[in-house]
Design a protein around this ligand. Structure first.
Ligand code: SAH
Length: 380
């Protein structure tokens, strides 16, 4: 008998092809149950077990009935990524290296503050956008994460932190500001956002789930049509020439177009503000003149400004602006009427700060090919 026909090989193949229920939001799970001849309300039962009780073993899900549990054991699974390493910073920040099949890994960071705890989640292994000041970009792009790999980061972090043990949530906010460009992995990110928002999932309010983008205009419109969440835009300069150097995507979607998308995002139905992120880099985008131009630009959008001191990483030629420059920049924009905060750098001792997330980008042999494919998706 050929080795591939042995019983154990058949079992291995069956396990390989099992459907990971972590890849589905409620609508997806309802379709899944219908497709196997079961009642769609089973979706709600599964969601509660997985996201409220942190349970991944079908055999303990007693309200499903024994026949369904056996069926699920054969065809489905709840497969989480794996925590490869956990680092805790002196300031309470926690960083996990989370591994996926195929040897790839991303970093997920938890940032506790007095009245909230923010989880920074990754959407891709590496990033195709190649922003010149970001260390994730310097590593290239390996692949998109699946929905299960995205929501799995939240699941693992919540469990590691002792989520909701005494009614007190450790994670109060989620930001898609880890590795990757979430709007370039829209199809996997959307069900993950839906699981974050859904009361049967993690149940976060819309303003507590933030998608951060480098400025993918069609993605901003698609997000607006698809789900109610908060939007953050990585701006970094009010001037196209400077922004192109920092965020090459600006060639395709220049500032004026990006601002229009932001205005449309917050209009009527979505009574929200956009958070603009602005990484302050010495001599590049921290001149008082840029601060004044920024005031003019952001006056046209209901917004908040988040100033982020540049975090250096090996190989970069950029430097962080001086404290004086940062203070001066903040003064100008605040005098201009903007709401501006300077983001405190957290978790520096464990390299968990913005732009320092690296993960493990494996299998880069066809990297340029993959970047080409990814960039082709930018063309609507
Ligand atoms: N691609 C998305 C999500 C990544 S967010 C986006 O661009 O918004 C990562 C955030 O950290 C962005 O605001 C990015 O501009 C910022 N960042 C990246 N590298 C940084 C660095 N070296 N120092 C400070 N902030 C950085």
């Amino acid at each position: 008998m050929a080795p591939e026909n042995t019983i154990s090989q058949i079992a291995v193949n069956a396990v390989k092809s099992r459907i990971n229920l972590l890849d589905f939001d409620e609508a997806g799970l309802r379709d899944f149950f219908e497709s196997i001849g079961e009642k769609p309300f089973r979706a709600q039962q599964i969601l509660k077990w997985v996201y409220h009780h942190s349970e991944t073993d079908f055999s303990v899900m007693t309200d499903l009935g024994i026949a369904l549990r056996e069926k699920l054991n054969l065809i489905a699974e709840i497969k989480l990524p794996e925590i490869l390493r956990e680092q805790r910073s002196a300031d309470g920040t926690v960083k996990w290296l989370i591994g996926f099949h195929g040897g790839n890994a991303v970093e997920t960071v938890y940032i506790p503050e007095p009245r909230r705890g923010t989880l920074c989640v990754s959407s891709q292994v590496g990033c195709a956008l190649n922003c010149s000041f970001c260390s994730t970009g310097a590593q290239g792009f390996a692949r998109d994460l699946t929905t299960g790999e995205i929501i799995g980061q939240v699941w693992l972090a919540a469990r590691a932190l002792g989520h909701e043990r005494n009614g007190q949530r450790k994670i109060t906010n989620i930001v898609m500001m880890g590795m990757g460009e979430p709007l370039l992995n829209f199809d996997a990110v959307l069900p993950a956002l839906s699981l974050m928002r859904n009361d049967l999932g993690f149940g976060f309010a819309a303003k507590r789930v933030t998608v951060s983008t480098a400025g993918l205009v069609p993605g901003i419109y698609r997000l607006r049509e698809s789900i109610d969440v908060a939007l953050a835009v990585s701006l970094h300069s009010p001037v196209d020439d400077v922004r192109v150097e920092l965020v090459p995507l600006n060639r395709k979607y220049p500032i004026a177009e990006l601002m229009q998308a932001c205005r449309d995002f917050v209009s009527e139905k979505h009574k929200r503000t956009v958070t603009f992120e602005y990484t302050l880099i010495d001599g590049v985008n921290d001149h008082p003149e840029q601060a004044r131009k920024l005031v003019k630009l952001l006056r046209t959008v209901p917004s908040k400004l988040n100033l982020i001191p540049f975090n250096p990483f090996p190989g970069t030629q950029y430097r962080c602006s001086s404290q004086d420059r940062i203070t001066r920049f903040q003064e100008i924009v605040m005098q201009g009427g903007l709401i501006a905060t300077v983001r405190k750098t957290r978790g520096e001792d464990i390299d968990a700060a913005c732009g320092q997330l690296v993960g493990k980008v494996q299998d880069r042999t066809k990297r340029s090919e993959r970047i080409k494919i990814k960039m082709a998706e930018l063309t609507p």
